[in-house]
Design a binder for this molecule. Structure first.
Ligand code: NAP
Length: 247
C-alpha cells in the first residue's frame, strides 16, 4: 500500500486515533493536513513527527461542528494544494449520561461534532474529489453505533448516523470513483476511554474475544487500507476493528 504523492486530511489529528492515522498515512508516503480544534501544542507535535518522516504536514484549526468554519478550512486547503485524495473524518466527542438526565445541549453537541462535522467535511471535500474523479473518504463510526450502549444515546445516534451517511454517500459517489467507508472501532486506549471508571473497563474487557483493548494503531492500519489503491472496489462498508467484540 503506497500513498506516495497523495494528499490526505485527517480531522481531530492532534491526539488519539486521529494522530495514529495521520502518522500511518505519512509512513505510507502521504502528505497530511492535520485538523484540530483545541490542542494546538499536540497538533504541532504530530506535524513535527510527520516532517521527521520526510513528508509534508500542515495544521488547520477548525471546529468541525461549525459549517462555515469548515467551508473556510476547505477553501484554504484548495487554495494551497492542487488536490485532495483522502479525507478521514475522525474528530469526535462523548458527553455520556442516561437518557432521563441527558440535556438537549449534551445531545446536540455530540450530534453536531460527530455527525454534522462528518457531513460538513464530506460535503466540501467531495466537491473537489468529484472534479478529480477519484477519492477516498473514511468515516469513524463505533461499535456503539451498531450495538448501542447504555449512557450513550447521543453518541450511539451520532455513530449510527455516520453509518447511514457513509452508505448513502457511497451510492452517490461510486460512479465518480470515490469510495466512502466507515471504520467501527471497539474499545481503543485513548484519552476518550481513559476517563471511564475501572469497573466499566473490567466489564468491557470480558466482552472482547481477543482479550485486550485495541490500540490507536490498530484502527490506523484499517484506515490506511481503505485509503489505498488496493481498496478501490470496496465502498459503503463498515469495517469493525474491535478484537471480535461485535460478532
Ligand atoms: P480523543 O482521544 O478524545 O481525540 C479526539 C480528537 O478529536 C482530538 O484530536 C480532538 O481535537 C478532536 N476533536 C474533538 N472535537 C472536535 C471538533 N469539534 N473539531 C475538530 N476536532 C475535534 O478520541 P479518540 O479515542 O482518538 O477517538 C477518535 C474517533 O474514534 C472519534 O470519532 C471516536 O468517536 C471514535 N471512536 C473511538 C473509540 C475509542 O475506544 N477510543 C471507539 C470507537 C470510536 P482537539 O484535542 O484539538 O480539540
Amino acid at each position: 500500500m503506497n500513498l506516495e504523492r497523495k494528499t490526505a486530511i485527517v480531522t481531530g489529528a492532534s491526539r488519539g486515533i486521529g494522530r495514529a492515522i495521520a502518522l500511518e498515512l505519512a509512513k505510507k508516503g502521504a502528505d497530511v493536513l492535520l485538523n484540530y480544534n483545541g490542542s494546538v501544542d499536540r497538533a504541532r507535535e504530530v506535524k513535527a513527527e510527520i516532517e521527521r518522516l520526510g513528508k509534508n504536514a500542515q495544521l488547520y484549526q477548525c471546529d468541525v461542528a461549525d459549517y462555515s468554519a469548515c467551508e473556510t478550512m476547505f477553501r484554504d486547503i484548495f487554495a494551497e494544494h492542487s488536490g485532495l485524495d483522502i479525507l478521514v473524518n475522525n474528530a469526535g466527542i462523548t458527553r455520556d449520561g442516561l437518557l432521563m438526565r441527558m440535556s438537549e445541549e449534551a445531545f446536540d453537541s455530540v450530534i453536531d461534532t460527530n455527525l454534522k462535522g462528518t457531513f460538513h467535511c464530506m460535503r466540501f471535500a467531495a466537491r473537489q474529489m468529484m472534479k478529480q474523479r477519484s477519492g477516498r473518504i473514511i468515516n469513524l463510526s463505533s461499535i456503539v453505533g451498531v450495538a448501542g450502549n447504555a449512557g450513550q444515546t447521543n453518541y450511539a445516534a451520532s455513530k449510527a448516523g455516520v453509518i447511514g451517511l457513509t452508505k448513502a454517500a457511497a451510492k452517490e459517489l461510486a460512479s465518480r470513483k470515490i469510495t466512502v467507508n466507515a471504520v467501527a472501532p471497539g474499545f481503543i486506549e485513548t484519552d476518550m476511554t481513559a476517563r471511564l471508571p475501572e469497573k466499566i473497563r473490567e466489564q468491557t474487557l470480558l466482552q472482547i474475544p481477543a482479550g485486550s483493548f485495541g490500540k490507536a494503531e490498530d484502527v490506523a492500519h484499517a484506515v490506511v487500507f481503505l485509503a489505498s489503491e488496493e481498496a478501490g472496489y470496496i465502498t459503503g462498508q463498515v469495517l469493525h476493528v474491535d478484537g471480535g467484540m461485535a460478532m
